[in-house]
Design a protein around this ligand. Structure first.
Ligand code: GDP
Length: 368
């Protein structure tokens, strides 16, 4: 049995964590958290951290003891400098809370890259965990819609770089921009994206801790995640009625299934393919031929099969990337955003001259 730590930082991280708890408690009911046992086979500890109390209050499936509020008025805005100093002031409180929960085999820290709290807490939190413990820590990072504005774009660029430099064992990317193809209004898109990420993470945990017909384990996951450029994404697909396993694998590797835009066969570095379902669907020949196709272009592919009586076939692929064109595009846009913000700052400095002009009449009264 694995001991697993999952931290959700900031609003986005909190909500994805809540979606994980929703799935894990099997609950559509708001009260599920009060009486049900988690469906996890592993021992999973979840912690939601936020500076904004309202974001924490909004959670429905995460227990009160699993919420850490770091008081700072109404959050830190999108200001990462402020966010990092708030983390520094509260770091020992946060670390104590994590340490009181015992030892872990693996940890996940979930955040958006672009907001204030999550994006500024996550890099130093991972650094702190890595310095004090020797279990692997993976970041699950949500990238912004590209039209969300210059501050979010520049935050995303700096946050990702800092996470990479934090000692993290790998970064799993999910991209709101790519996933918005799902449609709907923003709130329902968020919920759908959060559920997609939650489902993939829970499938992964299930696979790392299960008795499989052909085994993949935490060691294999670590090997996959250490490949490539430290970046990864996850694909998933559940077969529709009558769909064979070959097509299901292909769908998991296509834009239908992935959390981040990538051409798997061009940019992939290592992969882990986990297949779950009733034995009758799991044609070993079809599975082998798809896995071979993948390994001929990406290098090593670990394969795991979980037989679950009566279940439709589901496929999860963890894929590390050696190149990421979409990330390069994001950084180009972010560099423009950083320049725009800098120019704006210069303009504001110039406006201070206007303040000087106003101050010339300080202390004077009009005379009529
Ligand atoms: P923080 O609370 O200060 O860390 O800021 P947020 O987590 O709200 O960060 C803002 C970014 O997260 C924006 O790019 C939003 O699009 C994204 N975001 C906010 N909430 C959600 C959510 O529930 N799901 C997803 N997928 N993205 C979110």
């Amino acid at each position: 049995m694995l001991n697993i730590l999952i931290v959700g930082n900031g609003q986005c991280g909190n909500r994805i964590l809540d979606a994980i708890n929703k799935e894990a408690f099997g609950g559509k009911s708001k009260f599920a958290k009060f009486y049900s046992q988690q469906k996890y086979k592993s021992k999973v500890e979840t912690i939601a951290i936020n500076t904004a109390i309202n974001d924490l209050k909004e959670l429905s499936f995460t227990k009160a003891k699993d919420r850490i509020h770091i008081p700072h008025l109404h959050g830190v805005g999108a200001n990462r400098t402020l966010g990092k100093s708030v983390f520094e002031d509260n770091k020992s409180h946060i670390m104590r809370n994590i340490e009181e929960r015992g030892n872990f085999d693996v940890g996940f820290v979930i955040t958006s890259a672009s907001g204030g709290t999550g994006s500024s807490f996550t890099p130093p939190l991972i650094k702190e965990i890595k310095e004090k413990h020797d279990f692997p820590v993976y970041a699950v990072v949500v990238l912004p819609f590209r039209e969300e504005g210059t501050l979010y774009l520049q935050n995303a660029a700096f946050c990702l770089k800092e996470i990479r430099d934090s000692g993290v064992d790998g970064i799993i990317l999910a991209d709101n921009q790519f996933l918005k193809q799902i449609g709907g209004n923003v709130q329902s898109a968020y919920n759908t994206i959060n559920d997609m990420i939650a489902r993939r993470i829970l499938f992964l945990l299930d696979a790392l801790d299960s008795e499989m017909m052909m085994v993949t384990d935490l060691g294999d996951f670590k090997t996959v995640m250490s490949g490539g450029a430290g970046l990864a994404t996850i694909g998933f697909y559940e077969a529709e009625k009558g769909m064979n396993i070959k097509t299901t694998i292909q769908k998991a590797l296509s834009p239908n299934g992935l959390l981040f835009s990538t051409d798997v066969y061009k940019e992939g570095s290592r992969a882990m393919v986990i297949i779950k379902g009733d034995k009758s669907y799991l044609s070993i020949d079809e599975i082998s031929s798809e896995v071979e196709k993948l390994s001929s272009s990406v290098g090593h592919v670990f394969k795991g099969i979980i037989v679950r009586k009566g279940e439709a076939p589901q496929v999860l692929v963890v894929l590390t990337l050696e190149a990421a064109e979409e990330l390069e595009n994001l950084y180009s846009v972010a560099v423009d955003a950083i320049h725009q913000e800098r120019e704006k700052k210069t303009r504001i400095e110039e406006q201070k001259e206007i303040d000087k002009a106003f101050s010339k009449i300080d202390g004077l009264e009009p005379n009529y």
